[in-house]
Design a protein around this ligand. Sequence first.
Ligand code: NAD
Length: 386
Amino acid sequence: MAKVLCVLYPDPVDGYPPVLARDGLPKLERYPNGQTLPTPAAIDFTPGELLGCVSGELGLRRFLEDAGHTFVVTSDKEGPDSEFERELPDADVVISQPFWPAYLTPERLEKAAKLQLAITAGIGSDHVDLATAIEKGITVAEVTYSNSIAVAEHTVMQVLALVRDYLPQVGIVVDGGWNIADAVQRSYDLEGMDVGVLAAGRIGRAVLERLAPFGVTLHYTDRFRLPDDVEQSLGLTFHESIEELVREIDVLTVHAPLTDETRGILNDELLGTMRRGSYIVNPARGAIADRDAIVRALESGQLAGYAGDVWYPQPAPADHPWRTMPHHGMTPHTSGTSLPSQAKYAAGTREILEAFFAGRPLRDEYTIVAGGAYAGTGARSYAKPS
Ligand code: NAD
């Protein structure tokens, strides 16, 4: 029987379960590319519940314990005395979420002598040291597509919020004010702007499709070009590199995984080549940006706004400069953990566990590392191109 160790974010401060704002969720069968939604044999939760926190347990306890497995759920993940680190040495499976990542460093993977499977309940497995997982033959899987559309929606919301300068306007109303000149002095229209996307995978492409009706000119760069008919129907201009892309745009949105190639690429030098007053929305990974370079660019006016929901490390410390820098629209890491996203990645996690316990191969699209190499989505999105 296996031990499954699961790290989730803490419960709501007012207790669990919260009163839900709506009854139920819209029913979806497929993702935009035709991929089916998760197909576990059963689920023990009602879609729309808060599943991503400790008491939500991703709805997995009955399924795992009825099968005789041990299931440990904690949010205590930092440092050698944390519950995560104490439970890790005899865990067979670790489940973690990018929103509250249990960093599986080389040192921790060394201690996890029994670990066979690391599941990301969501998308983005950079909190696992993938090179060490490859070396040790640990399988790494994520619930590909589970929250891609949710992140695309959050991105569009933040692009509009920055360009129109929405958040300060709400602040003026909340503070009892009505000075319209103050409210509009940084407010622009998205219409007519050049918008560029770094990485047109599932999220980046959904952002391009959602922004096309705003009357913008769309640009992108990726290691792989989109099909001709997609480029034509969206009017896309392809750029060979991020350096080429950023010179031509007013708004950049970022949707690449965090890898050796993308770490720290939003640095002083690159930001300095952008048009003065550009906007960046980065819901990919915080470490793709140089933290202090972003602050400097906002303070100098080189950037007119920065938003996203990803930080490094997570949770961000109280004195993280992105909390207080000017003209930002940062949220905690929430875009991919809306209630519909939780239903999808909880079901997908169960589907992955069912396959693992039955000795069946995982869906190719869920696989990042398997058999000592990048595989499936991992081979396309994480591995260095050969
Ligand atoms: P995806 O695998 O569909 O797409 C990733 C794309 O990045 C691929 O098209 C790949 O070719 C491209 N790419 C990889 N390295 C690149 C590079 N160096 N330069 C240019 N392009 C590169 O993944 P997705 O579902 O679109 O998710 C993308 C990323 O978004 C994830 O890896 C994760 O880090 C992040 N994400 C964040 C949240 C959130 O809640 N904020 C949720 C889901 C995913």
